[in-house]
Structures are given as C-alpha cells and as structure tokens.
Design a protein around this ligand. Structure first.
Ligand code: HSE
Length: 402
C-alpha cells in the first residue's frame, strides 16, 4: 500500500481523489500496489464528503508521518505551496504538482532539492493539463536538439476564441461558461491576459534549454482585445486566431512570447478547438512532433498528477533526472523580433497606409464600411511601432504566424 497526501482539496485535488477511487484497482494491477489517500490538507472542512475523515489542517501531520511517501501539491500559487513543497522534499517525500506558477518560478530549485534528498519533484500536470508533454521532453526526445516549442497552452482562452469564432457570443458569457466548466483560474485574468500560458511556456523553455527561461522576461499579450470582427478579417485571409505561446532558438539566440496570432487554416494548431491544447515540438532530427489533449479540467489534470505519483511509487528512493539549472537564459530583445502584421485602420487611411507600409492589398468587409485591413511586409516590432504612429485612424494589429 502506497500512502499519499493531497495538499489543497479544490478542483484538481478532489480530482486526484476521484481518479484514485475510480481507477484504483486498475492502477494497483499495473504497479502491484494500492494507492491510498491518507490525508487531505485544506483550511476548510468538508462535512458530508466521503473523504471528510482524511482532512487535516496542519502540514506537520503529513510531514511527520513516515508512511507518506508522495505528496500532491494542488494548492496553486506561491505560498504556502512553496514552503510546503520544500519541507516535503527535505523530509524525502516526493512532490507531484499541477502548480505551474510555482514550477515556473522555482522549478530549478525544487528539482535540485529533490535530487539532494533522493526523491522527485514532478510536474507533468503543470503544462497542458492531461497532455503528456513533460515526460516526452525528459525521456523520448532526449536525443534531440529541440529548437522550437509552440503551443496552445491555455484551455480557457482557446475555449473562448473557439466560441467567439463559431457563435460570435460576447466575451463575458464565454468566460463565465469556461469558469463553470472548471477551466479558468481563480483569477481569470491569468488566463485572459496570457500569464498562465506565459508560465507554461517558461517551463517548456526551461526544459528545452536545460536552463531557466524566466517568465518575467517573456513578452506576453492576452486576448482581451480580440473581437468577433477580427475573426471575420482572419477568415477573409484564410486564417484563424489562436493564443500561441512559443519558445524558439535561432541564429541570434532565444525568443519567447505569448500573443494572439493569425495562423493559416492549414497549420495543425488552427484546428485545435474548445478546451483542447496542443504543443508542437521541433527537434533537429525528428522534425515536428505534436501533443494534443484536454488542457484544463478536473479529471484530465488530476490524471496527469496521479501518473506522476505512480512513477514515484514504482521507483522508490530513485531520483528521476530532469535537466533544468538555475542559470537564466538571456532572451532576445522583443523589439527586434520580426513578423508580418494584420492591421485594421480607418478607411480614411487608405492612401497613407500605402505610403507608410509600401504596396498593400486592402481587405474590406461589408459589415465594417468605415475601416479596412491589410497585411504588412515582415518587419521588426520596433519598425512596426514607428509606422503604426503614422496611421491617424489606426485601430488594431494582430501578428501573423510565419
Ligand atoms: N486555467 C488553465 C487553462 C487551467 O485554462 O488552461 C489549466 O492550467
């Protein structure tokens, strides 16, 4: 019998209990041991819950119990999750987490601590919910030099963008629906403004480089400015709009960014809809591999945490190597990053746009007679910012994926 503790009885924490209850026999058959949730740490009580008798309020009960070998941290946020995780690792208990905020900010340190204590800090569920992506990067792709990872890493925003395109429903209604389905963060600004995707790409970038991609260095733009009209323009030029997170190595160094992009309907990421996430990894030998699945939601995410628990139980006392050092990668100055842009501006700018941006092909929509759109040549962010100033009726720009 392997006894574990769950820290935080919220969406993911209660999902872990459910996955173990429903699939317990199956898991026991596979690993030759039964998993038992001995403790659930939460500040609340849960009268009437079938697991109410496991609820404790003091972390020391868990840390001092020699029967506990694995702790699932699903509290989210920095503190007390960071403190509790460090203390659990120092007590030689492996920690399995879905807490991307903590992994993005302290992943290297917690992995090192796990190594020193002969246990593990595993975080499959921190990126892409139920999608296996951390383990493939740490195992199946270790013969590759990974040069780019690009993905749709936030279920809430992908759900909103998908429905905005198909139903033209208002943003606030769609966000409420995503919250009801348990996809959104407690503070949904983290989803909408791209901060959640930013942390996830920082984690993937750190695994790609073996050093730390600091999430604070990543250019991040969310979807709060995207409207149904943008999808009409996107459709007119054979594209759709997705919130993409990317980390890429090129001749001048590393680029990392999160932003809504127009991408060709032919791009495999264009067909990823609703809460689903997908991640494309470019390796120098294999070329592209793609990972797809539910990027948010109680059971999908919980299942990934339980898979990490199973890994720990199957390999007691063994530290699984994960290369991620504290050394911080210097990312490319975003003002020098080059793209094409789709611009929306007032119809009165028709002539000026040609003078400023060179030859353009105006895109007109019957429902928006006061404006037009056009695609620019490839240019740096800094060049674009200068040119944009010269359009008096400038409305909006969306970058175009190369
Ligand atoms: N709020 C996150 C999302 C949950 O929508 O993707 C999974 O990390």
């Amino acid at each position: 019998m392997a006894k574990i503790a769950v820290l935080g009885y919220g969406t993911v924490g209660s999902g872990i209990v459910e996955v173990i209850s429903r699939n317990g026999d199956l898991i026991a058959g596979r690993i030759g041991e039964t998993l038992e949730v001995k403790y659930i740490l939460d500040i609340r009580d849960f009268p009437g819950d079938p697991f109410a008798d496991r609820v404790v309020h003091d972390i020391d009960v868990i840390l001092q119990d020699p029967e506990i070998s694995v702790v699932c941290e699903t509290m989210g946020g920095q503190q007390p999750a960071f403190e509790f995780s460090k203390r659990a690792l120092c007590a030689k208990k492996s920690v399995c987490t879905s807490n991307k905020e903590l992994v993005a900010s302290h992943g290297a340190e917690l992995i090192e601590l796990a190594k020193e204590n002969g246990c593990n800090y595993l975080f499959e569920a921190s990126v892409g919910g139920g999608i296996p992506i951390i383990r493939p990067l740490n195992t199946s792709l270790t013969a590759e030099r990974v040069v780019e990872i690009t993905g749709i890493l936030n279920g809430t925003t992908n759900y909103i963008l998908t429905k905005m395109k198909s139903e033209k429903a208002p943003f606030s209604d769609l966000l409420r629906r995503a919250q009801e389905k348990g996809y959104a963060e407690r503070n949904p600004e983290a989803d909408i403004e791209g901060y959640d995707a930013c942390r996830k790409i920082a984690i993937l970038g750190s695994l790609m480089t073996g050093k730390t991609v600091d999430y604070r260095d990543i250019y991040t733009e969310g979807i709060s400015d995207i409207a149904p009209e943008d999808f009409a323009y996107a459709q007119a030029i054979g594209t759709t709009i997705k919130l993409l997170a990317t980390v890429k190595e090129d001749a001048d160094g590393y680029l990392a960014a999160v932003a809504p992009l127009m991408l060709s309907d032919e791009n495999p990421l264009a067909g990823i809809n609703n809460v689903f996430n997908a991640i494309v990894v470019h390796g120098n030998m294999q070329g592209e591999t793609m990972y797809y699945g539910k990027g948010a939601g109680k059971l999908a995410t919980a299942s990934a945490v339980v898979a990490d628990v199973i890994d720990c139980v199957k390999h007691p006392g063994k530290h699984v190597i994960c290369l991620w050092s504290k050394e911080r990668i210097a990312l490319k100055d975003f003002s020098k990053v080059r793209s094409k842009f789709f611009v929306r501006t007032a119809i009165s700018d028709l002539e000026t746009a040609g003078e400023v941006f060179g030859r353009i092909e105006p895109v007109r929509l019957a429902q928006l007679p006061e404006e037009f759109g056009f695609v620019t040549q490839e240019m740096s962010e800094a060049e674009f910012a200068q040119k944009q100033q010269k359009l008096p009726g400038f409305l909006k720009r969306i970058r175009i994926k190369d």
